[in-house]
Design a protein around this ligand. Sequence first.
Ligand SMILES: C[S@@+](CC[C@H](N)C(=O)[O-])C[C@H]1O[C@@H](n2cnc3c(N)ncnc32)[C@H](O)[C@@H]1O
Length: 212
Amino acid sequence: MKNEAGKVRELYDAAAANYHNLVQKSNYIGPDWLLKIVAPGIQAPNLKVLDLGCGNGINVANLLTLNPTILATGVDISPKMIDAAQQVGIYQTLVCQSLDEGLTFSDDQSFDMVIALGCLEFVNDVDFALTEAARVCKSAGYFYSTFQHFEEGNPQAPRQMRSGEVLHFAYSTAEVLAKLANAGFLVLSHETMIGYTGGAPCPYIFTISQKK
Ligand SMILES: C[S@@+](CC[C@H](N)C(=O)[O-])C[C@H]1O[C@@H](n2cnc3c(N)ncnc32)[C@H](O)[C@@H]1O
């Protein structure tokens, strides 16, 4: 089964106006995790950051507190999320498209850092999305990403769940490590934590990788 782009768009268009409150209410830890672990090098002048599934821009807003010279590009499937990010005024470029379409707007090796938090579970072809992330990331550039966690035999970590009509695709730790390696990343660290607690606690694999 695959996600229809229109259904994902509808889900996040409906959430956009209230996204900030949803993050608070669901105890979503992605933004705080990134802020805490972001590697040395974040302070380099005019660092080029690509924010995949950027939502309302919370992660780039946080990174800008560490380095106000960051030049950010955001990509999101939801026009209303893109509007929300636009209103914050922190992205040089915002692109409204699905990660399943590839990052055709970008040349190879264009970004010092790529982030993909809380979005890869909605992508139909995660291997393609990761290969594209690696293509546009500079050599030795950092890639911060989260994956919904699947664990065989663990009902708290199912292979698939749903938000309404939208599917979430989850992966085992071994699968995530293989996918990142195949895409061209060296995985520096990974840890499994509860990403958010909207209803049932949702386990995520948080990864830090570097482009080979
Ligand atoms: C849970 S939010 C996370 C937003 C932000 N990255 C964060 O950490 O707060 C997921 C975002 O991914 C976007 N998204 C979902 N599927 C996508 C896809 N296939 N391509 C691009 N963006 C997608 C949604 O529109 C939404 O803004």
